[in-house]
Structures are given as structure tokens and as C-alpha cells.
Design a protein around this ligand. Structure first.
Ligand code: PSU
Ligand code: MN
Length: 310
């Protein structure tokens, strides 16, 4: 194994390197959703499916992860299998990257770590499921995902189905406002609710086409100023959303159970997502996947519109 210098963090796959060199569209994908957000063995198939969706839209996928202490953007089959395999795969936020690289750890990257590494590699578009945010227990636990603060200082466009509905959604939107992160509703004036098309909260700006998103990205660059992200909030199709009644009922159970069991820190989000999958008989998983697939496709189109401007 060769030694990698700081300038090679993350190491790019040949396909991603070539696409960047030629100004072709590239979409960064995170790996925590694969390793810790979805049940095995379906997660591996989903990881490969998301990459295929990006390719079908004419863009190159760059799944980000750390394998044996090396950060990558663009994984080969064996690396994706390692990440999906679960054993010893850590969950890495942005602050975990230096310890992981220095100790040779293997881990999946969250939105914060993925956005950091992707931006460092010169990638501008990133698609995921739902962002982390302010947890409903915030007053007691101070649990706010590191995703928010990182996105306040990283110039990248993140396509997401809003923030996970397990969170305090109005609280998270307030934090995004305070942190100065721009939010666009894609085809909607409502902030999406991850499993649900509508979280019940409004968004201030609505766009309808990838070219409009690319125009906002260009305006961000023209303005300069804080190198903040752009959130493209893209709702799951109503036909594919989780039944709102079922959602509200099982979410209350999930939050109560999480609290009773004293689950804290990084384990909270995977625990709640896993609880919902079981309690809905898999319906939440289908809604989650539908949201992610839609985001990945849209991410590829936005990357295409962005590449076309250059
Ligand atoms: N989107 C999904 N499933 C997930 C996640 C996003 O559909 O599991 C992950 C992302 O990696 C996000 C993380 O950064 O959940 C948030 O974790 P935490 O709340 O511990 O910061
Ligand atoms: Mn947290």
C-alpha cells in the first residue's frame, strides 16, 4: 500500500479523477446511510443501485468512505463491500476524520465528513437522504448533528429530503437560518419531511429546474463571503411517502424507547431509523429509499447543469 500525501485526501478513483479533469458531472454520495442507515444485506445492493442511478443520468458517482485509514471519493466493489459489511465499520463525522486516518480505521462518512471530503476534492454536488439536525431532546442532551455547522462553512450543494423527521424540524430550520445556510425547495414551497413529502414547515425559496439550482450556485460564488453550502430540499413523491398517521404513531414510540434505553450520541440516529423500519414493517425503509433515489437522480441532473455552465 502506497503512502498518500495530504494533497491526496481523498484519494480519487480513476473514473472520478477523469471526470473532474474533463469537467464532466460528478455526484458525491455518503456512506453512513449504507453502513449505519440501512439494514444488511439490502444496504450493499442500495449502495450499488445509487451509483447506477447517477450513471444513468450521465454523471459519475463518487461514494466517499475511509478504508484502512485512507479517505476515498469513488469506491471500487471490494471497498463498497467492506463498508456495507458492517464489522468494525465506524461512523465518521468530520471531527473523526483525523483520528481515523491516523489510526488506520475503516469507517462510513456522515453528511459532515462527506461534504468536507467532497469539497476538498473539488466536487460541488452531493446527494443524500436526510440531513442530521437538532434532536428533539436537545434541551436535555444538546444533541445537534455536526452536519449543520460543517455545512455553514463548506461550499457544496446538498440534495436531501429535508432533515430526518426523527429530529426537531423547526429547530433545525432555525439553526440553518442562524448559520446562514441557503435552502431551496425543489418543486415545493414546503420543507420536506424525509419519510413525508411535507414536514409542515415552509421554505422561503422555490426552484423547479436543475438549471435554476446551478444559477443559485453561480450566484453564491459571485457573491463570495462565507463559503456556506446550498441545501436543495427535494420531497419524496407523495405516492411513495410513509403514511403520515403511521409515521406520527411509531415515531412517538421510537423516541420514547430511545430515551428509556439511554441511547446517546452517534447511536441515536441509527437506532431511531432501525426502530422505525421494524415498527412500520419495512414501510419506512421503502419511503427512505424512494427519497434517496429521487435525490440521487436530481443530484446528477444538477451536476449536469453545473458542468454545462463551465
Ligand atoms: N440519510 C439517510 N440515512 C442516514 C443518514 C442520512 O437516509 O443514515 C445519515 C447521514 O450520514 C447523516 C447522519 O449525516 O445520518 C446524521 O447522524 P447524526 O444525527 O449522528 O449526526
Ligand atoms: Mn448526534
Amino acid at each position: 500500500m502506497s503512502q498518500h500525501t495530504a494533497s491526496e485526501v481523498p484519494v480519487l478513483s480513476a473514473e472520478v479523477r477523469e471526470a473532474l479533469d474533463r469537467g464532466r458531472p460528478v455526484v458525491a454520495l455518503e456512506s453512513t446511510i449504507i453502513a449505519h442507515g440501512l439494514p444488511r444485506p439490502r444496504n450493499l445492493a442500495v449502495g450499488a443501485e445509487l451509483e447506477a442511478l447517477v450513471r444513468a443520468e450521465g454523471a459519475v458517482p463518487a461514494t466517499v468512505a475511509v478504508v484502512d485509514g485512507v479517505a476515498y471519493a469513488g469506491l471500487d466493489k471490494a471497498q463498497l463491500e467492506r463498508i456495507a459489511g458492517g464489522e468494525g465499520v465506524r461512523k465518521l463525522g468530520h471531527r473523526d476524520l483525523a483520528p481515523a486516518l491516523a489510526t488506520g480505521a475503516t469507517g462510513a462518512t456522515t453528511v459532515s465528513a462527506t461534504a468536507f471530503l467532497a469539497a476538498r476534492a473539488g466536487l460541488r454536488v452531493f446527494a443524500t437522504g436526510g440531513l442530521g439536525g437538532v434532536h428533539r431532546e436537545w434541551a436535555r442532551t444538546q444533541d445537534e448533528s455536526a452536519d449543520l455547522a460543517l455545512l455553514a462553512r463548506t461550499r457544496i450543494t446538498v440534495v436531501c429530503a429535508g432533515v430526518k423527521s426523527i429530529l426537531d424540524v423547526p429547530g433545525t430550520l432555525q439553526r440553518l437560518e442562524t448559520l446562514g445556510v441557503s435552502v431551496l425547495g425543489y418543486g415545493t414551497d414546503r420543507f420536506p419531511g424525509f419519510y413525508l413529502a411535507d414536514s409542515g414547515e415552509p421554505v422561503d425559496w422555490t426552484v423547479h429546474r436543475p438549471e435554476e439550482v446551478a444559477a443559485v450556485m453561480a450566484a453564491q460564488d459571485a457573491l463570495g463571503g462565507p463559503e456556506s453550502a446550498l441545501l436543495v430540499a427535494h420531497p419524496v413523491a407523495r405516492a411513495e411517502q410513509l403514511d403520515p398517521e403511521l409515521h406520527h404513531r411509531v415515531l412517538a414510540e421510537a423516541l420514547a424507547e430511545c430515551r428509556e434505553r439511554g441511547i446517546t450520541g452517534q447511536a441515536v440516529t441509527p437506532y431511531l431509523l432501525g426502530f422505525l423500519v421494524k415498527a412500520t414493517g419495512g414501510a419506512s425503509l421503502e419511503a427512505n429509499l424512494a427519497a434517496v433515489r429521487g435525490n440521487v437522480r436530481l443530484g446528477a441532473r444538477i451536476a449536469g447543469a453545473w458542468a454545462a455552465r463551465a
